[in-house]
Design a protein around this ligand. Structure first.
Ligand code: B12
Ligand code: SF4
Ligand code: SF4
Length: 357
């Protein structure tokens, strides 16, 4: 039996508990599918914007909305955790010795941190509901499940999808990680958030690879985040120069958003405080990493997911772009690497360095 007064008090208590667990934002949305959202996902996939992320297409019918995945779901609890950076994420642009790691990957792996906190919140909710004689079921998702976390976050009022397609919050700018809980309790939905981009197009202009065919639509195949993290094999030549010294992800469209000025580092979850060695790492140190060194350095970091070979491939692209001849011996040493993609990137980097005055 569902008692409206119990649900209302649980909903308020949930907001408090989420804050206690380190979530900077929480909102509630109906679990019904949204045909506009589904159509846009289908269009995006139909145009091939997902590139080689076949897993985006594989479960598209389920991804399109909560009811498509789980017809019993009644509400979505949208969650956001802040990872607001201390400094300017673009500060190392063009630095010949340093590599740029995107802000999201400078701290602990958000998959682990968010999932742990969301599961704790879910367990707490189930216990509270049981104590009130209310039956319920729920499912917890962070990132990897076929769930459209950004539109759901917008529907739940925690922000809006900016022209860079990420969720922007009035309080936390572009710096929120997202998660979602689907549940069978009929919580009262929050109002969806209005779009506050207005006439701004800073993110569109900032993109080094022109990855936005139009506002609110991203061609992932051109995005440096995709190219350095998701893409296996050699990085297409046309993007190598534009990648600059970005070796893992990209922050440019996020970092130029004017709403970031309201983001407070005090709201950041402590797990996302940047590791000192990842704020401005030396390319020379990273180029020399072998498999064991890579694993040791990136244990607990999201970077471990790409593995040493893809990571070194990225470092070689940055070395080739650096104009820094001092890196040449390290690049040369990788010409004998057992991984063919590393060797190809080393050859390219050496050619670029030789062409330097
Ligand atoms: C696939 C994926 C990627 C891909 C594709 C990104 C993309 N924009 O789709 C790649 C590898 C490129 C990527 C990169 C990044 N990602 Co990512 N990624 C995802 C993932 C797994 C799925 C996203 C998805 O569903 N895409 C499909 C497209 C169709 O969905 P969409 O972008 O929401 O599309 C909507 C708009 O196009 C909109 N739309 C279309 N036309 C129009 C017109 C108008 C007028 C309007 C209003 C809207 C509109 O409608 C579509 C449906 O609603 C999510 C996690 C998840 N499960 O949701 C994380 C996620 C989106 N990524 C995240 C992050 C942090 C990043 C990076 C910042 C990492 C980095 N620093 O390198 C970059 C940002 C690049 C960017 N500008 O988007 C966060 C974003 C948090 C937030 N605040 O939004 C997420 C939510 C992960 C998480 N759990 O926190 N990512
Ligand atoms: S993350 Fe970088 S490459 Fe990707 S869309 Fe944003 S600015 Fe462009
Ligand atoms: S930079 Fe401007 S257009 Fe882009 S998301 Fe932020 S407010 Fe919107």
């Amino acid at each position: 039996m569902v008692n409206a007064a119990v649900i209302a008090s649980l909903q308020q208590a949930l907001r408090d508990k989420a804050a206690e667990l380190g979530f900077a934002a929480i909102g509630f949305a109906p679990a019904a599918d949204d045909p506009v959202r589904s159509t846009r996902l289908q269009q995006w996939l139909g145009e091939g914007f997902h590139g080689t992320m076949g897993w985006m297409k594989d479960r598209a019918e389920v991804r399109q909305g909560p009811h498509s995945m789980w017809p019993d779901a009644q509400s979505v609890i949208a969650l956001g955790m802040s990872y607001a950076p201390d400094g300017d994420p673009l500060a190392l642009e063009g630095d010949a010795e340093k590599a740029r790691i995107s802000v999201y990957a400078q701290g602990r792996d958000y998959h682990d941190v968010l999932k742990k906190a969301a599961k704790e919140l879910a367990r707490w909710l189930v216990a509270q509901a049981e104590a009130n004689g209310t039956e319920m079921a729920l499912k917890v998702f962070v990132d990897t499940a076929p769930v459209m976390e950004k539109p759901l976050g917008a529907a739940a009022g925690i922000g809006w999808q900016g022209k860079h397609t990420n969720l922007v919050s009035r309080d936390h700018g572009s710096w929120l990680f997202l998660g979602a809980i689907y549940c069978t309790l009929p919580f009262t939905p929050d109002a969806p958030h209005d779009d506050r981009c207005g006439s701004c197009h800073a993110c569109q202009t900032a993109c080094p690879t022109k990855a936005f065919p139009e506002p609110y639509r991203l061609d992932a195949r051109r995005c440096i985040s995709y190219l350095t993290i998701e893409h296996k094999g050699p990085i297409p030549l046309e993007f190598r120069r534009a990648i600059g010294n970005r070796i893992y992800g990209c922050d440019d469209c996020l970092a130029v958003c004017p709403w970031n000025k309201f983001a407070q580092t005090a709201a950041r979850h402590q797990a996302f405080t940047a590791r000192e060695d990842l704020v401005a790492p030396d390319l020379a140190v990273l180029l020399a990493l072998d498999d064991a060194g890579f694993r040791a350095k990136f244990s607990g970091s999201p970077i471990k997911r790409v593995g040493r070979n893809r990571f070194v491939r990225n470092c070689l692209i940055a070395a080739g772009n650096s104009g820094n001849g001092a890196l040449a011996p390290l690049v040369k040493a990788l010409l004998d690497d057992p991984d063919a993609v590393v060797v190809e990137a080393a050859l390219w980097a050496l050619e670029q360095l030789r062409a330097c005055p």
